[in-house]
Design a protein around this ligand. Structure first.
Ligand SMILES: [Zn+2]
Length: 224
């Protein structure tokens, strides 16, 4: 049968200096120093893989809040619906992904009741099937150049970050490569201008850049 390449085109906005928990029940992510969310950040497969990593903290609310905040520092908030606490949005979506992947891997019928009014049906072969519209709503698709500028391919335009993640999960599955390394300066001292927060490389790599390595040893030396 025909197979198609596709891409997901979404740009989120985030606060330049990141977020802190606050507001009612400490459950909203508020931009540090009340900076407006003006910095643009493009959705990539790295965003998706980072979000899948939050599954690890599924049963530990404090850890999930810490790591969820870090996720939003890097990729921005889910934003929609704006009046729902960020904590609930993060918990709800991690819960959805966790149970979806668990159900798929244990060949149960994945339950979509969190996001779709209709649950999945089974085909005659026993494989799950769903009505796309129940899960995703209306989707805007155009034909755009791929990242290398070589080919024009179907391009989906989600309305928000959660829709982008959900779409990628439903269309590509969850085979994430867990090769993300958190910059040690970031995990120790928090956001810093120029720090990428996460990096890739050999498993013993500790910093996103030489600048972070230098700043880290500088701060460690001063605190000793
Ligand atoms: Zn760094």
């Amino acid at each position: 049968m025909p197979v198609s390449r596709f891409q997901i085109d979404f740009i989120n906005k985030k606060a330049k200096r990141g977020y802190q928990w606050g507001g009612k029940n400490d459950s909203f992510l508020l931009p540090i120093r009340n900076l407006e969310e003006t910095e643009k950040v493009r959705y990539t497969t790295e965003t998706f893989n980072h979000f899948l990593k939050l599954r690890k903290y599924y049963t530990d609310t404090d850890k999930l809040k810490l790591e969820g905040r870090k996720f939003c520092n890097k990729w921005g908030r889910f934003r929609y619906p704006e009046n729902t606490p960020d904590e609930l949005k993060i918990m709800g979506s991690v819960h959805f992904i966790e149970s979806f992947i668990f159900d798929l891997s244990s060949t149960k019928i994945p339950s979509l009741n969190q996001i779709a009014s209709e649950e999945l049906n089974l085909k005659e072969s026993g494989a799950p099937t769903w009505n796309f519209n129940d899960v995703m709503g209306t989707l805007s698709i155009s034909f755009d150049w791929d990242e290398e500028g070589k080919k024009i391919i179907p391009t989906y335009h989600p309305l928000n970050l959660w829709e982008a993640i959900k779409l990628q999960l439903l269309l590509t599955g969850s085979d994430a490569h867990d090769d993300m390394i958190e910059c040690l300066h970031y995990s120790t001292f928090g956001m810093k201008i120029g720090c990428l927060q996460y990096t890739k490389g050999r498993s013993d790599k500790k910093f996103c850049s030489d600048a972070c390595r230098t700043a880290y040893s500088e701060k460690k030396r001063k605190s000793n």
